[in-house]
Design a protein. Sequence first.
Length: 319
Amino acid sequence: MELFHPEPDRTLLKEETYIESLEAIRARLRNCRVAEQFTSFDGIKLRWEGYLTENARAAVVILHGFTEFPEKYLELTWYFLNRGYHVFLPTLRGHDTGEIIHVEHFDDYVRDLHCFIVRIRNEIKTLPLYLYAHSMGGAVGARHLQDYPGELQKAVLTAPMLCPRASDVPYPVALCGARALLLRGGRKASSLFHGGYNPNARVEESNAASEARFQWNLKCRAENPAYRSSGATNRWVYESLALRRRVLNRRNCRKICVPVLVFSAGLDTQVRGDVQRTFVSRVPSARLECYPNEKHELFSTKNEVLGEYLQKIFDFFEE
């Protein structure tokens, strides 16, 4: 694996030529990419990829969201590498099969992340280790900060799924419904979280604001059947809803001992912003940045907003 040599040009990719630019970046990074597996706490093998940059100032773990995949974060990886960060992207369990998402216990994801960090410590030595985590990945990150305090030095949680929206059903009703659905079978597809892979999906109905970034996601999923995971089992839905109590527990929140930057999107239809605000209010080292006119995927917004969003992340990591 070659070291990545940062480039002086730090401008955002133009949306008009976005796909072509990312294809060139993918080719540029091919010789810098390592793709391996790590063994988690229960013996399961999970995929990860990573990139080492020259004269790194720190390392960043990028944790993807529900039904996502590392390649969706290629643009963000490029920006981090050019700012002098090693980048590591683990694949969350169950997310590289193209099938419905299932987990027995939500904190299995948390223990997976811990095992992954132990694995990459040999790569980064004594460098600071930061987290960038989106949506479901943000929920995993929040719980990791509570259960493994100090293992990460800083964390960005962007639109974290501290409590998902279950078809706009009130939370107590959704939790009771999810518990009842478990009786029909934990591995059966949930009626609370549904939907399938649609190659003809439209950006207007998505979590992205940028047409170009949305089309890159569709292109990746069309090229790789393993990226077409959709929907969730009854067990996954119940575990994700039940997570709220643990992640908002005041004692757990006080365990977080490192700076945390939380981003919230006002037009988010996937996760609950009020729970994000409660979490921030209970974590003394956390602060909140709100984008009232943006959708769930803040990293997939248009350039006029993305530039400011990224600069806030870089300033936070570098302050």
